[in-house]
Design a protein around this ligand. Sequence first.
Ligand code: F6R
Length: 614
Amino acid sequence: MCGIVGYVGEQSAESVVVEGLRRLEYRGYDSAGVVLVDDGRLVGDKRAGKLANLDKALAEAPLPRSTIGIGHTRWATHGPPTDHNAHPHRGQQGRVAVVHNGIIENFAVLRAELEGSGAELLSDTDTEVAAHLLEREVLAGCTLTEAMQAVARRLEGAFTLVAVDAEDDTRVVAARRNSPLVVGLGEGENFLASDVAAFIGHTRQALELGQDQVVTITRDAVEVSDFSGAPAEGKEYHVDWDLTAAEKGGFDWFMRKEIFEQPRAVADSLLGRHDDTGRLQLDEIRMSEDELRDVDKIIITACGTAFYAGLVAKYAIEHWTRIPCEVELAHEFRYRDPILTRDTLVVAISQSGETADTLMAIRHAKEQRAKVLAICNTNGSTIPRESDAVIYTHAGPEIGVASTKGFTTQLVACYLLGLFLAQVRGTRFGDEIAAVVDELAAMPDRLQQVLDDAESVYGLARELEGARSVLFLGRHAGYPVALEGALKLKELAYIHAEGFAAGELKHGPIALIEPGMPVFCIVPPRGRDFLHDKMVSGIQEVRARGARTIVVADEGDTSVEPYADVLLRVPRSSTLLQPLAAVLPLQLFACELATVKGHDVDQPRNLAKSVTVE
Ligand code: F6R
């Protein structure tokens, strides 16, 4: 949700900043802008629309060469996406410029105060007040660092601010509270960004910052303080992926590339999780076995796709551990006053680790003294940092706005957690756990088999280009898969799509079925025959009303053939692990349908990747 970049070094700041924005555009693409320091003045440009509009403007009217600058790509909160609401924003005299991610909650009061003392604010944004306040401090004689500390103390809400001063071409200064910011450590150059992707082409050394910190970068130094100016420290780490992981590698979309990366991402997320004897070991979990034995309730909290991963996890965790498990949307969690005790384990699932709703949920859980475990794909992000324990997924960077490998690797982490709890508490025998772990190890090959047949899903998507509405049905662990299939289609193809538990259909939604309406049906494997047979009955019910059934079923399941207008096969898996494979055709379908409709698959309208506002 908004991408921000700051640079100081020897290279052209314009190229470094614009290139960084390109890699952060998944965070917001309503407008983009850049400001450089040039010989005692600020120069820059900003444009509504995607970064390409800024690129064009910069090509037509090049900026002077400078080695220090800041940039922003916006997901609008305050004020529509216009040129004048685009960042950076400047103070009254144009001496200080600032970019911002987050929401300054007390901006109306601050704006009234500034206007009361004669300031003229030009935009509708909350950000502009920060630019004016910073400039006033600087004009009063403060360094930009001191100004940032003073202003940060006055702001309420969530913010990362990055600023430059026209009369100081040595430093870029940032502050962070509840919004992401990471420092890239180079040789004779340093970087600031919302995400390491912005500078990964220049350095893989990064510095993680804490909450309520101000950081000043110069060419050769990085200084961190708290908002009062007292020295503080960040935590240095090495980024374990490189530029190639952040590029499309021959695919038309990041999303398609990420779909095809899933066999590797799942395999990587399983690496090193058990010892030579086959016992699971989750070293990073940082909770003692006694603490895990004491857990008497699990609440999984997440949003969107991660929430659906949590719904699958509930089936697996309750089955293997017999611990009651609830799943709650993070933005609903704290408002319903959940019952939490020291023995409640709250599991927060978040690909980005920065989703504000999920972050607020875990803070609420911690206030109530519950233990919090994060499942996260982004090293050093806020949610795992504020949790008691973490299981990292190893999906690599997920850049396509629609989550794909994020989902499947979250499933893997949830399975590992459930099995680990079963091992610690003795609710499953060692050989039963080992059998599931072996099956998990076989899943990457099965996923690859589904992907090898992508063409048949693409053909179907092309055929259904004109569909106005698509339904998805599932049961048990297949129900969240149906929800996820519908979400992918809504967010990418912009058509009406809904996922239902197949048994619920006859309680109302079956009225939606019209002749020819495409209905995806996720059929559980045989083995739990009662479940399988109920799902087949559900397919018959919609078919009898004229639906066109697209059946996702195990290889070898011939019983569904008479009821399938289209049959998409997935390799045979156990009921609980089937979602890993069954979701792939749905991801491929949504990606292709959006492509044939001419939509921007990586940057769907109105969305942003990392939702850092509540
Ligand atoms: C959908 C999607 C979103 C995210 C949700 C949570 O394709 O990507 O629904 O899953 O915004 O994001 P994280 O996992 O980063 O907390």
